[in-house]
Design a protein around this ligand. Structure first.
Ligand code: NAD
Ligand code: UDP
Length: 355
């Protein structure tokens, strides 16, 4: 059985779906602070299989101990964490506590239970403002400009030290580039709380009328059209990368780092133009000054993942945008409406173990 922390969230729910389709038994631990249980109900509808669900906090050691005593967990995908950059500047301790202390608590409980396979959700943000493009795993990590990025780098370093101290550990650090898109069914997708920080969720909310217009932050970057360039990757491709990493951890020990990206960068202007083609109309937008802390460009060299994991991204930008739009246009308020109507998200008490 695979424990998926944060499995009700955006990337986690897509990973749970792929795990179930591949025949794995899955246990999800999520405190639902940024997600809805409905995502897992929909994963069940899509796969015809059910993940066990426990509502609880990854920092809760006694809960983790109880879970490992009750379920035959052999490996962990650790998605649980906080990810809003601006919020991390305002509430740094909450970010370090969840993303760093949460990872430590999880590893302590895993070691105590004799479980040593872990896949960690890291981010390309750990490279900082890399002078070299594309970015390989050998590029030095940089100086992340906010507590969120720092917390990911700190957690990576904690895990490296842990694996060096004890050869039983097999740990994958997966450095995601920019996950976007949704499952092709349109039933699960990204549902950010409050004002979206990221480009695609913001564009989607403008397109469904929840926001007036997109602000494009900076048209004076040293990029071909002056706007920021990123490596956008379909969330289903990303989810599949986790299954490949899990397979690989059966063969290797220590810490392994893999970039999960497409190897291709798109500018904000290119994203807006491509999205306008998908929705068949203009997307209202204005140009604004650069956003503090943003870098000009960032895209991956995904060779290592291809060679070592046998994984590569398969879905192109049109598919990413079409799938994202299917999700958002069919669920303009995300999971919110159904959640209020059924109260399902509140169904599991903190300490109850799932049946
Ligand atoms: P998300 O917010 O949708 O998912 C995170 C999940 O973790 C949520 O369901 C949330 O309720 C849960 N969670 C948060 N704190 C918890 C806690 N203390 N205990 C238990 N559950 C908790 O975010 P996501 O986009 O799916 O990201 C998943 C992981 O990938 C995160 O660690 C994030 O930092 C990392 N990541 C995301 C991106 C991105 O652009 N989405 C990029 C790089 C890395
Ligand atoms: N961006 C933008 N408007 C927004 C959000 C993002 O112009 O409302 C730009 C941002 O400056 C960057 C790109 O879109 O060049 C991707 O930003 P995002 O926050 O999605 O990812 P990250 O910067 O964390 O890679």
């Amino acid at each position: 059985m695979i424990l998926v922390t944060g499995g009700a969230g955006y990337i986690g729910s897509h990973a749970v779906l792929e795990l179930l389709l591949a025949g794995n038994e899955v246990l999800v631990l999520d405190n639902l602070c940024n997600s809805s249980k409905i995502a897992l109900d929909r994963v069940e509808a899509l796969t015809g299989r059910k993940a066990q669900f426990v509502k609880g906090d990854v920092r809760n050691r006694s809960l983790l101990n109880a879970l490992f005593a009750s379920y035959p967990v052999t490996a962990v995908l650790h998605f649980a964490g906080l990810k809003a950059v601006g919020e991390s500047v305002r509430e740094p301790l909450r970010y370090y506590e969840t993303n760093v202390s949460g990872s430590i608590a999880l590893c302590q409980a895993m070691a105590e239970a004799g479980i040593f396979k872990l896949v960690f959700s890291s981010s390309a943000t750990v490279y900082g403002d890399s002078p070299k493009m594309p970015i390989t795993e050998n590029c030095p990590t940089g100086l992340p400009t906010n507590p969120y990025g720092q917390s990911k780098l700190m957690a990576e370093n904690v895990l490296k030290g842990l694996a060096e101290s004890d050869p039983r550990w097999s740990i994958a650090l997966l450095r995601y580039f920019n996950p976007i898109g949704a499952h092709e069914s349109g039933l699960i997708g990204e549902d950010p709380n409050g004002t979206p920080n990221n480009l695609l969720p913001y564009m989607l909310q403008v397109a469904v009328g929840r926001r007036k217009q997109l602000s494009i932050y900076g048209a004076d970057y040293p990029t071909p059209d002056g706007t920021g360039v990123r490596d956008y990757i379909h969330v289903v491709d990303l989810a599949k990368g986790h299954l490949k990493a899990l397979e690989r951890l059966n063969l290797v020990h220590g810490v392994s780092t893999w970039n999960l990206g497409t190897g291709r960068g798109y500018s904000v202007r290119q994203m807006v133009t491509a999205f306008e083609e998908v929705i068949g109309r203009r997307l209202p937008h204005v140009f604004k000054a650069r956003r503090p802390g943003d870098i000009a460009q960032c895209w991956s060299d995904p060779t290592k993942a291809r060679e070592e994991l046998g994984w590569q991204a398969e879905k192109d930008l049109l598919t990413m945008l079409t799938d994202a739009w299917r999700w958002q246009s069919r669920n303009p308020q995300g999971y919110a409406v159904e959640q209020t109507a059924t109260g399902k998200a509140e169904a599991n008490p903190e300490t109850a173990l799932a049946s």
